[in-house]
Design a protein around this ligand. Structure first.
Ligand code: NAP
Length: 265
């Protein structure tokens, strides 16, 4: 495959956890990558985007770091411009970046600052970056240079499951779920497919502060498949959706949660 024939993915929040696993899986699958996180430090290669770059390059994919804060709409232009300057188009957008409230606080005490920050990154930032990138996808379709364009939103079981000590996170993920439906509807006739992946409880830095709690709850039967999800469990689904095996489906939700979707008595 020549460089021009390789599809291009932009992944937000690719410096660790689920986003990092998605980057490696897509690189293995033949994608070139633009990888976003809030910071880029070329000298620090043990972690962050530079570590991901080294792994991705070993897999033969091209890599462009596109740092920026999702909450800052001014950063979106730089993220998109850097990607298009390097690769000329974006075929796959994976909206993965997200933050959890720190600390978790009961809904009756949640401060507006926490609500605003979580919504600014998870919901508002994701919405406007998607709007911006979808415009460039539509332009690529008009030029005849688009390759199987797809948008994937990483939401959470929290889009539908209540956790009263992180209401702002649940609200932001419900917004992402709706966003996926709206973009799917708007873009279906243009040939851009849109999916929501709804992860359950995944072993990453985000869940590190509650690891013991979930170890206990999983042992008590919280998850039918009786284990933590791993970032690779989500990454493999992204790679599948990015291919053509679900070509006649858009706007669907894939819950990847070890069976937490099953209502049990
Ligand atoms: P994580 O380990 O905390 O990683 C989050 C990623 O998002 C990092 O790369 C981080 O980059 C980036 N990020 C954070 N704020 C950002 C901002 N303002 N602008 C740009 N990038 C930003 O989290 P994770 O567990 O991999 O979660 C990834 C996604 O899956 C999130 O949307 C999360 O809500 C969702 N999810 C996670 C779980 C779970 O159990 N872990 C379950 C359901 C859904 P830097 O901090 O390096 O900038």
């Amino acid at each position: 495959m020549s460089r021009e024939d390789r599809p291009v993915a932009l992944i937000t929040g690719a410096s660790r956890g689920i986003g990092r696993a998605i980057a490696l899986e897509l690189a293995r699958g033949g994608f070139d990558l633009a990888a976003n996180a809030t910071s880029w430090n070329a000298a620090q290669r043990e972690s962050g985007l530079a570590e991901v770059e080294d792994r991705v390059m070993e897999l033969g994919a091209a890599f462009e770091p596109v740092p920026g804060d999702l909450a800052e709409l001014a950063d979106h232009d730089r993220i998109v411009a850097a990607t298009l300057n390097r690769f000329g188009r974006i075929d796959l957008l994976v909206n993965n970046a997200g933050i959890a409230p720190q600390p978790r606080v009961d809904i009756m005490e949640m401060p507006p600052e926490s609500y605003d920050r979580v919504m600014a990154v998870n919901a508002r930032g994701t919405f406007f970056l998607t709007q911006r990138i979808v415009r460039s996808m539509l332009e690529a379709i008009d030029r005849g240079s688009a390759m199987n364009p797809v948008v994937i939103f990483i939401s959470s079981v929290s889009a539908v499951a209540s956790s009263v000590n992180r209401a702002e996170y649940c609200i932001s993920k419900a917004a992402i779920s709706r966003m996926a439906q709206l973009f799917a509807d708007r873009l279906a006739a243009h040939g851009i497919r849109v999916y929501e992946i709804r992860p359950g409880i995944i072993r990453t830095e985000m869940t590190a502060p509650v690891r013991e709690t979930y170890d206990r709850r999983i042992a008590e039967g919280l998850i039918p498949q009786q284990r933590w999800g791993e970032p690779e469990d989500i990454a493999k689904v992204v790679a599948q959706l990015a291919g053509d095996s679900l070509a006649y489906a858009t706007g669907i939700v894939l819950e990847i949660s070890g069976g937490m979707n099953i209502r049990r008595l």
